[in-house]
Ligand binder design. Structure first.
Ligand code: AHR
Length: 477
C-alpha cells in the first residue's frame, strides 16, 4: 500500500513562533572558549569572536540565544565577568568542574548577539545567587536611569540599555546535580518572590519559570503557585508574573527506531504541560485579560551522555539516525506551534551541537542539515497534514512514548510561509524501507530537499562529509 501524505493548506492551525529556532550557549566544555570566542585565532574578529562560527550560525537565522547556562548558572556571579579583563577573577566552576576565567561575560555576550543579529536570553543564578544580584543584573542590562548598575554599564562602555527581554528563573533547580537543589515548595515560593521583584523593576521582561519535563508534580506545583498576576499597589493593569514555563528533554538510543521515535515524547510533554498551564489558570481564576503562558522548550536535542563521555564537554558525534531524530524533534515543534513560544537547541556550538570547531574551521554535523532546512522553510503557520501509512509498534525510548504507539513510518508536519508557499517536512523513520509516497494537496512544481546517506551510521566528523542536502525537482504529479 502506497503511503499517502495529505496536506490541506486551507486548514491553518496556528502561528509558528520564530523563536522555536533559538540557540543556547553555555560556559561548558568548548562552547564559549574555543567555540564562539577564540581570541588570537586568525579566524576570529577584533572582538575575539570566531567569524566562521558566526557565519554558519547566521545561516540558521537564530532569533534568541540562551546564556550562560545550563547548570553553569547555579554558581555564576555575573559581576565576575564585567570590567577590565585583567581584573576579572578566575574561579573554580562546579557544574562541569572547570576553571572559569570570566574573560567572556555579559558585555561580550551582548556584543556577540549584536554581531550575530540575535536576542539574548539570560538565565539567573538561583543556586548560590541572591535576588539582589539578579536585580542588579537586570538593572545593568536594562536600566535607563541614573542608578548604580546602569551607570556601571555606561562606565564599561555601553551607554544604551541592552533591553534584554528574556530571563529565566534558574535552571533545572530540581536536579540532584544542581548546587543548591531545591524542593518544588521552596522553588515556587522563591520564584514567586523573585518574579515579583524583577517585574517591579522592569515589567516589560518575559519571565520563564523553571519547569522539569513538563509532566511531573514539580511542573504542576510550580505552575499552580506562580501563574498569578503581579500584586502591586501601583500597577493598574494585570502584569503576569510568569510568561513562559520551561521544559528540558534530551533523547537518544543506540538503536535507530527507538532513537528516531524518542522525540515524540516531547510532543506528549508539550500536551501535558499545556494542560497543566490551563489547570493553573482555572484553579487560580486568572482573568482572561492576562496572557496565557506558553512553553519554552529551552533545552532539547539528541544526547547520549555515555557516548559523549571523555570529550571536553559532551562533544557528540552525530549520525544520520540522529539527524532524522532531530528532524522529528522539529516536526514536533511545528505540530505543537500553538503551545511552544520558544525552543533552544542545546547547544549551539561544540557541546551536544550540530556545529563543531577546530582551530582551523567548523564542521557541520549530520544534525545541522535538517535544522537548516527547517529554519529556512518551516516558518509562518502550521497547516493540517495527515499521513496514511503503516506503523512502527516496537521498542521506544523513553518508555512513555508508548503512549503514542502505532507511530506512522512517515513523521510529517506542514507550514505555510508568509510568501504563500507551503512546505512539508517528511521524515521516513524506517531503517529498511524506501517509502515512495503520494502527496495530496500539492500543485505546481515542487522543490525537494533530501537529507540521507547510504547508512544510518553515516557521520560528518573526522574529515567525513557523508550527510548533506540533495536538491531535486518534482512536477507535482
Ligand atoms: O546542556 C547541557 C546541560 O544539560 C545543561 O547545562 C543542563 O541544564 C542540562 O542538564
Amino acid at each position: 500500500e502506497t503511503p499517502v501524505v495529505s496536506i490541506d493548506p486551507a486548514r491553518r492551525l496556528s502561528k509558528i513562533n520564530p523563536n522555536i529556532y533559538s540557540g543556547f550557549t553555555e560556559h561548558m566544555g568548548r562552547c564559549i572558549y574555543g567555540g564562539i570566542y577564540d581570541p588570537g585565532n586568525p579566524l576570529s574578529d577584533e572582538n575575539g569572536f570566531r567569524k566562521d562560527v558566526l557565519e554558519a550560525l547566521k545561516d540558521l537565522n537564530i532569533p534568541v540565544v540562551r546564556y550562560p547556562g545550563g547548570n553553569f548558572c547555579a554558581t555564576y556571579h555575573w559581576q565576575d565577568g564585567i570590567g577590565p579583563k585583567e581584573q576579572r577573577p578566575a574561579r573554580p566552576e562546579l557544574a562541569w568542574l572547570g576553571r572559569e576565567t570570566n574573560h567572556f561575560g555579559t558585555d561580550e555576550f551582548m556584543k556577540w548577539c549584536e554581531v550575530l543579529g540575535t536576542e539574548p536570553y539570560l538565565c539567573l543564578n538561583m543556586g548560590t545567587g541572591t535576588l539582589d544580584e539578579a536585580l542588579a543584573w537586570l538593572e545593568y542590562c536594562n536600566g535607563t536611569r541614573d542608578t548604580y548598575y546602569a551607570n556601571l554599564r555606561r562606565k564599561n562602555g555601553r551607554e544604551e540599555p541592552y533591553n534584554v527581554k528574556y530571563w529565566a528563573l534558574g535552571n533545572e533547580v530540581w536536579g540532584p546535580w544542581q548546587v543548591e537543589q531545591t524542593t518544588k515548595e521552596q522553588y515556587a515560593y522563591k520564584a514567586y518572590q523573585w518574579a515579583k521583584a524583577l517585574k517591579l523593576l522592569d515589567p516589560s521582561i518575559v519571565l520563564i519559570l523553571c519547569g522539569e519535563t513538563g509532566v511531573t508534580s514539580w511542573d504542576y506545583y510550580t505552575l499552580k503557585n506562580c501563574i498569578l498576576p503581579l500584586n502591586s499597589p501601583l500597577s493598574t493593569s494585570a502584569v503576569p508574573l510568569i510568561d513562559m514555563h520551561s521544559i528540558h528533554l534530551y533523547t537518544s538510543s543506540d538503536k535507530h527506531l527507538p532513537n528516531v521515535t524518542a522525540p515524540l515524547a516531547a510532543e506528549r510533554a508539550i500536551e501535558l504541560a499545556s494542560s497543566l498551564i490551563d489547570l493553573a489558570i482555572v484553579e487560580n481564576k486568572v482573568p482572561p485579560t492576562q496572557p496565557r503562558p506558553t512553553i519554552c522548550f529551552d533545552e532539547w536535542n539528541v544526547w547520549d551522555p555515555m557516548r559523549a563521555v571523555g570529550s571536553e564537554g559532551a562533544e557528540e558525534s552525530y549520525t544520520l539516525s540522529d539527524a532524522l531524530a532531530v528532524a522529528v524533534w522539529l516536526n514536533v515543534f511545528i505540530r505543537k506551534s500553538k503551545d511552544v513560544g520558544m525552543a533552544c537547541i542545546a547547544q549551539s556550538v561544540n557541546v551536544i551541537s550540530p556545529l563543531m570547531t577546530s582551530k582551523d574551521g567548523v564542521t557541520k554535523q549530520t544534525t545541522w542539515w535538517p535544522l537548516l532546512l527547517f529554519s529556512k522553510y518551516m516558518r509562518g503557520e502550521t497547516v493540517a497534514a495527515h499521513v496514511s501509512c503503516g506503523t512502527y509498534d516496537g521498542e521506544t525510548q523513553p518508555e512513555w512514548v508508548r503512549a503514542v504507539k502505532e507511530t506512522p513510518w512517515l513523521d510529517v508536519s506542514a507550514a505555510r510561509g508568509d510568501d504563500g508557499y507551503v512546505n512539508a517536512a517528511i521524515v521516513n523513520i524506517s531503517d529498511e524501507k524506501d517509502l515512495e509516497s503520494r502527496v495530496n494537496g500539492v500543485t505546481g512544481e515542487v522543490v525537494v530537499f533530501t537529507v540521507t546517506a547510504s547508512s544510518l551510521a553515516a557521520c560528518n566528523m573526522n574529515g567525513k562529509q557523508e550527510v548533506g542536502i540533495a536538491e531535486s525537482r518534482w512536477d507535482g504529479k
